[in-house]
Design a protein. Structure first.
Length: 271
């Protein structure tokens, strides 16, 4: 079985034809448990998220803020393995038919084996991988295996990324470009950051790939603002915090459903 890069491309094309931006949700695998994480991911996909990014928890998540670090720690202390991440991808895609990507640091994948990881991700119905700390100049081996398996390679760009490097990154990537709205780690912020719209503009000048903005988006109003200039809106910390704050799983899933519905309405420009 090949991966679902084409499904990802078709999803963005369909959303574009509707005249709106996509809602991309992030949740880590294994949080609060493997089964609980799968239930949470299915909930956000069933409640209005178009695409899911499943985090592969890492012991040193240098780009993640304290909320996601806490969730990663819970997952790792619970004994999460990459096999559980692959199972999460498989069940999320099978249940919803929507594009499912893994977001990971490079070290766990390198240790697991690039060929092994890409093969298993594709077999599970995955659409690709977001590699937050893999430099484009060191990505050829990964991209070769990802291309062979029909998987997207999504790179992260930031407001500090110069135009020349933007062109190099977007030329190597596929699926979409992840544009970090601001410098720093993930987390809820009062504002998305004035540099986000400029980064989207500069990135679009180098590629036809969709440009999706993440880091700091947590409210329907912020989602609507970003949807006004980006092809996709990425929300992560707000979802994770909703689960962390919930007293039990049932309440957590209900709160996730309500948050996703509100964010989806924001992205769609609905009141």
């Amino acid at each position: 079985m090949s991966g679902n890069l084409q499904l990802l491309n078709d999803t963005f094309a369909g959303i574009r034809s509707e005249g709106r931006a996509a809602l991309l949700a992030y949740l880590p695998a294994g949080f609060p448990t493997v089964d609980g994480g799968i239930a949470a991911i299915k909930t956000v996909l069933d409640s209005g998220a178009d695409i899911i990014e499943i985090g592969l928890p890492h012991s040193d998540p240098v780009l993640d803020g304290p909320v996601i670090q806490t969730a990663d720690d819970v997952a790792l202390r619970g004994g999460l393995r990459i096999a559980d991440v692959i199972r999460t991808v498989r069940e999320a895609h099978a249940a919803t038919g929507k594009p499912v990507l893994v977001m990971s640091y490079w070290n766990p994948i390198a240790r697991y084996g690039v060929e092994r990881f890409t093969t298993e991700l594709a077999d599970a119905g995955g659409a690709g991988c977001i590699l937050s700390d893999l430099p484009v100049q060191e990505s050829a081996t990964w991209r070769d295996h990802a291309d062979e398996q029909g998987l997207a390679t999504v790179f992260v760009v930031a407001p500090s990324t110069r135009d020349e490097r933007l062109r190099r990154i977007t030329a190597a990537g596929s699926g979409f470009v992840y544009a970090a709205s601001t410098m720093g780690v993930t987390g809820v912020r009062e504002t998305v950051g004035a540099s986000a719209a400029d980064l989207v503009r500069r990135t679009r000048a180098t590629t036809d790939l969709p440009v999706c903005v993440g880091i700091g988006v947590s409210t329907p109003g912020q989602a609507a603002e970003v949807a006004g200039f980006a092809d996709g809106v990425v929300v992560g910390t707000a979802f994770v915090k909703t689960l962390l704050d919930a007293p039990d799983e049932t309440t957590g899933l209900a709160s996730l459903r309500a948050l996703t519905t509100a964010l989806a309405r924001g992205v769609r420009g609905e009141r």
